[in-house]
Design a protein. Sequence first.
Length: 287
Amino acid sequence: MVSDTAATPAAATQPSVKLVVWDLDETLWDGILSEGPVCLSPRRAAQLRELVDRGVMVSISSRNDEATARAELERHGLWDLVIFPRINWEAKGAQIRDLIDAAQLRAPNVLFADDNHLNREEAVFFAPGIQAIDPADPGFDARIDAVSAAGKPDPDHRRLAEYRLLEAKAREAATFGDNAEFLRSCDIRVAITERPTDTARIADLIARTNQLNYRKEADQRGWACGRSSRTPRSRRSRSACPTGSATTVSSVRGRARRPCRAARVLVQDPGDGRRARGLRSARAAGD
């Protein structure tokens, strides 16, 4: 049997929860949707809203008809808070595994709530390390409240917006066979910019580039002191993707040095999944 987590001292040692995945029937709401009307308590709806307001994402894993379930969630104003919902007739294990992969999270940072112990056991099998909990557990509400309390205030739902961008990227990825095909569709062009005015932003992005950029501290100091004289940056044409810029290398006296191993967008547009994915594809291709 799975050892479910609850509001106990042991639960305090669990990894922080970044995503709570809810079953629907007899978990999020009382009743079985395919058999008739269901009842969603005000407290449960408030818990979902509070989680998102604290930067903890919520999702759905349910064996149900998606259109019917979505209509019920929309009726309560909750559908727009849900990321990567998995509402279909597939096994719960596959739903959970695919959901975690799509959200780019680690299983230990996910809490799965389901009234059926077999579903919880299946989730643990397919996603080792996931935290599972029974909504009938006396400490269930306290556990959810503790997860919310551990989050950080996010009244503007910026974290949710980031996941919406991730969802858009996933949808875009499904329309292309591979990264090379996508990059060709973007018609990427490169231009050299002399003494760019956005050096502070470039320095910030260099500092946040991935671990392969082992000289990031030196690069950041170079930008701050203004020692870099020329800055090649990639700039995309508008033919396929909106214009955006990404750091590539810094240079001194016209000689390239200190390559950044990861591209970063200088001008972020939450609605532009194609541009963000293009930069990520370029990195994967070794650009």
